[in-house]
Design a protein around this ligand. Structure first.
Ligand SMILES: NC(=O)CC[C@H](N)C(=O)O
Length: 380
């Protein structure tokens, strides 16, 4: 079925929908991972974005129920060069097209995704619309330029969990918020590190990695306040990844500020940006973002280079951090941007990239053990 992709700056791409009729809107961004499309589709950090894959053939290994990073698809639309409708994979339980259709997410193909990517690299991530019904370029471009901008909106509210949950049998085990008021909520206190994970759009594999590092994780809604978290008395606090602009999330920054110095803290991606804001820094939008599984990052403490998985369009502005309080631990080798920070005196550290991979390389998995070590030292 014929479709049209229109960017707010007037560029259009005619294409084809492989998921039937529909319309979609959002910020269009590109991802350079060769595999892992299902993890990307279900990563809550993509809420409000239409993702184009630079790898030219997508769909060839189908979809598997275990390969999700949350309970649903979050991308606003999926843009590929060529969709492969006959998967070949013993784990596959269905096709990518059916998976998208079931969630009413538009998938398009048959456009020059290299040209689209080069355009975004040159002009920056931008708002766009896709339609199978409105094929008039002028009208669709005009509609694309009216989509609300990502900057200044709170997108975390759309993806955070409504109820707290523990992690059991590889899935969320929801509990009543009231039950957390009981004095003995931690089931493995003394044997495992108890961690409260503030959920801004957490990826499941982060919870798995924390559990593998010896933690018992309680995931709580983003609006949980500092008093309630203090009452839970965890060994450490985890600040999750999540969608959109960190700056409007003032209620979360306030919570983090109240918890700093009281508990060891570890943040990933949006979690690092919010920690940076809580420490008095500022964040900014970067031109087209880092999304993929091959971003080189240098660990400034060891001198080692890690190949990392990334997905972000905002960053902490290096120049706004107090360098006496904040130690810069990781730098991106493609463009010298800040990838990690720590403050030993308050036992907090964070990275801008994704040590949990899913998809991507596992070079940075050591960070979960580092968090366990910080919690262990805090108890000693
Ligand atoms: N993966 C994330 O947590 C993304 C963080 C933030 N939404 C950004 O785009 O920069």
């Amino acid at each position: 079925m014929k479709a049209l992709l229109a960017l707010e700056d007037g560029r259009t791409f005619s294409c084809r929908s492989f998921t039937g009729p529909g319309e979609a809107q959002g910020e269009v961004v590109f991802n350079t991972s060769m595999t892992g499309y299902q993890e990307i589709l279900t990563d809550p950090s993509y809420y409000g974005q239409m993702v184009t894959m630079t790898y030219p053939l997508i769909g060839n290994y189908g979809v598997c129920p275990e390969d999700v990073e949350s309970d649903r698809i979050h991308v606003a639309a999926f843009i590929v060069k060529e969709y492969q409708e006959f998967p070949s994979n013993f784990r596959s339980k269905g096709t990518l097209a059916d998976y998208l259709i079931k969630s009413h997410v538009l998938g398009i193909e048959d456009l020059d995704t290299r040209a689209l990517t080069r355009h975004i690299r040159k002009s920056g991530a931008m708002r766009a619309m896709i339609s199978t019904t409105d094929l008039d370029p002028e009208s669709l471009v005009a509609r694309a330029s009216q989509i609300p901008s990502m900057e200044g909106s709170d997108l975390v509210g759309h993806v955070t969990t409504k109820k707290p949950y523990f992690w059991k049998y590889n899935q969320p085990d929801y509990v009543d918020a009231k039950s957390l008021e009981a004095p003995f909520i931690w089931r493995h206190k003394g044997k495992k590190h108890s961690v409260v994970a503030l959920d801004f759009g957490i990826k499941y594999n982060i919870i798995r990695c924390l559990e593998d590092a010896g933690c018992e994780v309680l995931v709580v809604p983003a609006k949980t306040n500092a008093q309630a978290i203090k009452r839970l008395n965890p060994d450490g606090i985890f600040l999750s990844n999540g969608p959109g602009d960190p700056e409007p999330l003032t209620y979360i920054v306030e919570t983090i500020r109240e918890l700093l110095e009281h508990f060891p803290m570890f943040g990933i991606c949006l979690g690092m940006q919010l920690l940076g804001l809580a420490m008095g820094g500022k964040t900014m939008k970067i031109k087209f973002g880092h999304r993929g599984g091959n971003q080189p990052v240098k660990n400034m403490d060891t001198g080692k280079v890690e190949i990392t998985s990334q997905n972000h369009g905002f960053a902490v502005d290096l120049n706004t951090l107090d360098k006496n309080k904040c130690h810069l631990t990781h730098i991106n080798l493609n463009e010298d941007s800040l990838e990690g920070l720590k403050n030993d005196s308050i036992r907090a550290f964070a990275v801008q990239y994704h040590p949990e991979a899913s998809p991507g390389p596992h070079d940075a998995a050591y960070l979960f053990n580092q968090f366990a070590k910080v919690m262990e030292n805090a108890k000693a």
